[in-house]
Design a protein around this ligand. Structure first.
Ligand SMILES: Nc1ncnc2c1ncn2[C@@H]1O[C@H](COP(=O)(O)OP(=O)(O)OP(=O)(O)O)[C@@H](O)[C@H]1O
Length: 595
């Protein structure tokens, strides 16, 4: 348990970091493209190195008044072809970068949507969204900002150093000395950059979370007159992200002057000492020019390398946040691979001494205690109880969103922990209390659990829940959009749409968390009729908030404070349970008062 709680705990502001070894597999989604880009980089290095050699030869010929012949044209061709090779390589790297982002996003989303429900309880949606949207793009920079170019760059560097060694070892020694100090300083700065950029991404996550909170509850925020405060709060988060970004900028800004000073110094030293050596006749002017051109060639890859190291540092911070999710065990990792086959004669759903505490709560507290009841196949059981009694929690346990802390939850005669979760859920239709309509069309909403259902069946299902007129409301019919959170539909309609969805999935078990919304008499009657249609021939467990729902239930379970207080039919409980009598009189939303 403590290990689990540790896993759910959020990380500090520093942000998680990955290692270079973990980064590499992410960079090789398209080996052919990568090989092509590396080959072009090597080719580009060859063209780059050829240029100073040819320029040096050209100057020597001018100096010695020799014929230039085809040399200028050859130099021009090398420059043009080199530039084309560079452009093509740049394109390949961009494409490769997009592949990296694509693959990482797919992996991340596949892991994210399979996380245990408890992880969603403990995390902010906005933060998860920013990991998919923003962190993944930082991996692209590793490819586009120099890592692959650095391969060709290293070759250019080695070639340039060899050429410089041949031209003048003394000048090379002085150059290397100056540059080595700068490289050492940069190696010290890089780990700071990784940490700072991980923290900056973390702040972007907090910002997205704050925005998501305000947008998802925009009506409540607006109605509460809290818009300005929310704007300020999100602005503060944006400010935090800004400050974290500035911290990154400050650290990476160190790299530029360190490098700049080193390069200037190297050029000045070469010019000064080289000029002296030309004056004393130890080297020719063409050699000094050649040396300077090679020095230039040597500096460029060093710049690329610095860019690559900084991109890698930033990517390691982002990858840390990506890996944090990818590494979490998926919900089904610990599943038994046995498909659930309901045993004839066994109660369809049963709780045997179930005790439960939410794992994600800061102070885990028992929400269900020693709960036992049975729902025979084909019957309807209503759960009633005051708010917070634990009614919705029982549904979460039947769906196996969480595991019971003690006792057993049985579906179709098997302990839900002994069977594969997918096969368990394929038996159950679940209509949530605030049944969400997914952004998209009516058709998409209905097909969620029955992807192959024909339009004819969709229309039948809509008719069955008295939503047939929904299709006629818009000329787009089943393609009518139901909006981000189903804004076109009322609460009661959304719930009926969810019931239609459950009807189409045709599962033997139906869990229905009845809407608590105060519905008008017509909607009320429609919802009751929809429930009756949906529960026909199915084992139905309904969390009831309406008297009409409980009166004809085969069994009513009264929950209070996580315990079963009483079980029986409406008449039996009116006699036997004071709490039920109280609920029936005051809390169950009765269209007509009890007589
Ligand atoms: N995801 C969660 N993490 C932690 N605690 C939770 C979670 N969901 C519910 N709880 C707590 O568990 C208790 C039971 O909640 P539950 O939603 O099952 O009650 P309910 O009887 O369905 O209430 P209502 O009729 O108001 O929906 C409540 O105290 C609630 O605060």
């Amino acid at each position: 348990m403590s290990e689990r709680r540790g896993m759910l705990r959020r990380r500090g502001d520093d942000g998680p970091r990955a290692s270079v070894g973990e980064l590499l597999p992410y960079l090789f989604p398209k080996k052919g493209l990568l090989a092509g880009a590396i080959a072009l980089s090597v080719l580009g290095a060859g063209f780059a190195l050829a240029q100073p050699l040819m320029a040096q030869e050209l100057i020597a010929r001018v100096e010695q008044s020799r014929a230039l012949e085809w040399l200028p044209w050859l130099l021009l061709a090398v420059v043009v072809i080199g530039a084309i090779v560079d452009g093509f390589q740049h394109f390949l790297l961009q494409v490769l970068g997009e592949h990296v982002v694509l693959r990482t996003r797919r992996t991340l989303v596949a892991s994210m949507l399979r996380l245990p429900i408890a992880e969603f309880d403990a995390r902010r949606v906005g933060d998860l969204v920013s990991r998919v949207g923003s962190d993944t793009t930082l991996l692209r920079a590793v490819l586009t900002q120099g890592l692959v170019e650095s391969i060709g760059g290293v070759l250019t560097l080695v070639g340039a150093v060899i050429a410089m060694l041949i031209i003048d070892p003394l000048l090379l020694g002085l150059t290397v000395l100056v540059l080595a100090v700068a490289i050492g300083a940069m190696l010290v700065v890089m780990p700071l950059l990784t940490r700072a950029s991980g923290a900056a991404q973390e702040q972007v996550g907090h910002l997205t979370s704050a925005l998501e909170r305000a947008i998802s509850a925009v009506r409540t925020v607006r109605a509460a007159g809290a818009t300005a405060r929310e704007v300020d709060a999100i602005g503060d988060r944006a400010g935090d992200a800004f400050r974290a970004g500035v911290r990154v900028a400050r650290i990476s800004a160190l790299v530029v002057p360190i490098f700049g000073i080193a390069v200037q110094l190297a050029f000045l030293v070469v010019l000064g000492v080289g000029g002296l050596r030309v004056a004393t006749g130890e080297i020719a002017i063409s050699q000094l020019v050649g040396f300077l051109l090679f020095l230039f060639l040597m500096i460029m890859p060093l710049g690329q390398l610095a860019g690559a190291i900084s991109a890698v540092s930033v990517a390691l911070g982002a990858l840390g946040r990506i890996q944090e999710i990818v590494r979490l065990p998926s919900e089904s990792d610990a599943d038994a691979r046995v498909a659930l086959e309901p045993r004839p004669g066994a109660p369809m759903v049963a709780f045997e001494g179930v005790t439960f505490a939410y794992p994600s709560a800061d102070e885990p507290r028992t929400v269900l205690e020693d709960v036992s009841f049975e729902v025979p196949a084909g019957s309807r059981t209503a759960l009633v109880g005051p708010s917070g009694a634990g009614k919705s929690t029982t549904f979460a346990l039947v769906e196996r969103f969480y595991d019971a802390t003690a006792g057993r939850v049985i579906v179709g005669g098997s302990d839900v922990r002994d069977v594969d979760r997918e096969s368990l859920r394929s038996l159950i239709g679940y209509v949530e209390q605030d049944a969400p309509a997914l952004a998209g069309s009516l058709r998409e909403n209905l097909r969620l659990g029955a992807p192959d259902a024909t339009d004819e069946r969709l229309l039948e299902a809509l008719d069955a829940v008295n939503l047939g007129d929904l299709v006629g409301r818009s000329p787009r019919g089943l393609d009518t959009e139901v909006g981000e959170a189903g804004v076109l539909l009322s609460g009661g309609e959304r719930q009926r749409l969810a019931i239609a969805r459950a009807l189409l999935a045709a599962t033997p078990v139906l869990l229905l968390d009845e809407s608590t919304a105060n519905l008008d008499a017509r909607n009320e009657a429609s919802l009751k009729a929809a429930l009756d249609v949906a529960s026909e021939g199915r084992t139905t467990l309904v969390i009831a908030h309406r008297l009409a729902t409980v009166v004809d239930a085969d069994q009513i379970v009264v929950l209070d404070g996580g315990r079963v207080l009483a079980r029986g039919t409406h008449e039996e409980l009116l006699d036997a349970s004071p709490l039920y009598r109280e609920l029936a009189a005051h809390q169950l939303l009765a269209p007509a008062a009890l007589d």
